[in-house]
Design a protein around this ligand. Sequence first.
Ligand code: SAM
Length: 229
Amino acid sequence: MPWLWSCASHVATLGSEVIGIDPTTAQVRAARDRGAGPRYARARAEAVPCRDASSDAVVLCLALEHIDAFEDAISEAARVLEPGARFVLLLARPLLQAPGSGWVDDRIVGEHYWRIGSYLREGTVVDTVAPGVDFVFIHRPLSRYVHAMGEAGLSIDDMEEPSPPPGFLAEAGGFAEAATIPRVLLLRARAAPELPISGRGRPVGRRTRAPVGTSDGSSYASSARSDRE
Ligand SMILES: C[S@@+](CC[C@H](N)C(=O)[O-])C[C@H]1O[C@@H](n2cnc3c(N)ncnc32)[C@H](O)[C@@H]1O
């Protein structure tokens, strides 16, 4: 799903009120034109324009690999989730996307295989996809994401590794084994449960920061809750 609208409008078909965000004007414009159902805003995952504990699910789809401060994006997801609510993270599978990875078609020894690059070395690859348009991809080991989720109180309870879609299989030149190598990873997690109640009948602890605005100054607060003390 390379477009904001395809992900957001799919979730909206499940009957939810959906807000889709992306910092890129073109993505948000295309989403408004093509992905009926959700509302869209130009905003960064590191500063989500929603109040604390106002969402029953967050889907972060194929974006963290393009974000320097990815830990901030994960804590933002945790901040806007209601206690116990669902977080879904889709990543380009880090082990297979490390710089230097890719198909090798060795016709001398008659082998066709996926080479894994420098997995433990973090690095940024910049692809110029069109004149003046750079696509920044930051490789990190999977553990960086899992640690950040733990730090944010997001507990992983499931993982999926789907077989690649036809477009990716075509890239492998018809090599049948390509269907057995997942390119995307899905982690399912839950936000920390409701805070315990103190002897005075008040929740103990505090759920993170105040809401922030979108790039155009608005803020979504459909099911806002006040901060707990
Ligand atoms: C590979 S595309 C995925 C698009 C869409 N999320 C999907 O999966 O259908 C990567 C997207 O990440 C977005 N992106 C880059 N920096 C971001 C940030 N700080 N916060 C949220 N999204 C960001 C880009 O604008 C781009 O649309």
